[in-house]
Design a protein around this ligand. Sequence first.
Ligand SMILES: [Mg+2]
Length: 475
Amino acid sequence: MDEHQITNASSISNAEIIICRVQTKDVRFPTSLSKLGSDAMNEAGDYSTAYCMLHTNIPDPEDPRICGHGMTFTIGRGNELVCHAIELLARPLVGRSLSSLTRNMGATWRWLVSDSQLRWIGPEKGVMHLALGAVVNAIWDLWAKAEGKPLWKLVADMDVEAIVNLIDFRYIDDVLTPDDVRQIWNETRFGWEQRLAEVNLDRGVQAYTTSAGWLGYSDIKMTALLTEAKDAGYTHFKLKVGGSIEEDKRRLRIARQVLGNSGVLMVDANQVWGVNQAIEYMKELAEFKPYFIEEPTSPDDILGHGTIREALKPYGIKVATGEMVHNRVMFKQLLQNGSIDILQPDACRVGGFNEVLTILLMARKFRVPCIPHSGGVGLPELTRHMSIVDYLVVSGERNLLEMVEGLNDRFVEPAQVVDGFFKTPRIPGYLVGMKKESMEMFDFRGNGFWRTEEAQPILRSHPRDPGPDGPTYED
Ligand SMILES: [Mg+2]
């Protein structure tokens, strides 16, 4: 890549970077007020980040290049539990040099999941694994900043042995070995200069939008947003379903009227159905020609997804899942069993970029496309790197990526879609960071939004919510 296209590309790697403090922030955006994110399972979420900052010895607290930023995504209550888990996991990083962690990032990853007492309340799933995603991504962010490169470029520049070193092969070496990784890397290298040129022209990752399709939106709002998205260059659109069959048919009919037959429609049920119910329901929606059904049933039901996939094949409907599939072992089994047409790993639910890369590599081996889950605050900012890495050096295929608009401008380098394609991130780092003013305004424990009158209906809506004055885990 032309180095001139990367902002602030100077490296700070000459300095020995030592992690000296871990800081977490419980940041919550009141999206339940607008129904952004509403679906059949999640009626009114408040998009939140359990945020992790790794402060270093470089003495300029205002310079974001020298602080590693990572986060995981939740939808509100319980975000404080993830923050506390981040502190528990990241404490052993204090005093460690960055180079001692990145020299063998696969070994570092294994070390972080190996505290046996913390492992007991996972292992590699749930709150602990969400927290691991934030910590691991913060290390990657710091590493990329130190090297003066956006994460996708840092990874694309690695040689194959460095890539092999990123992967923890425990539990997956029955389907993916170091030699498989070498073979994939060498095969996909062919023609990568052409793909790199496209990435540099912001044509590496095609976007689809979920922004019009939330279940809580009125017909008028949905129609306006679909029209706006179509005019902005989108060709692929996702709608939430699973509330009521008649309502879904009505909404899909409206969508087809706006988009015509050329627009590609996807639908997402967010796990509300059992296996048989999913099959029967989707047969009813087949007339609207959905490209795939996302999360038709429990994310843990590997065999059930296979049953649904077989039953929907005659209707031309593919099956997708992944946003709540919690680790590489489950992705391995979905692939081994032929349960799935499309994998949708989340940048934070699995254990950060190391595990994401492992899933991309397994998907490439089984020739199943990855269309990462981005439906949450901060997720498009991370997943665009994943999809570029996938395109450049893993699958070589230009797969779709989800874009959700509404909170992108909270970040230093917001995800942006132009003419239906993601703009390529160019600032060194991975998440790079949330804007300081946004973090302060929506800090759940701070003196901003959550202490205003506007916040009260949300806080009063749930008897278990202790609010900003509830107990903190540092007390
Ligand atoms: Mg979804």
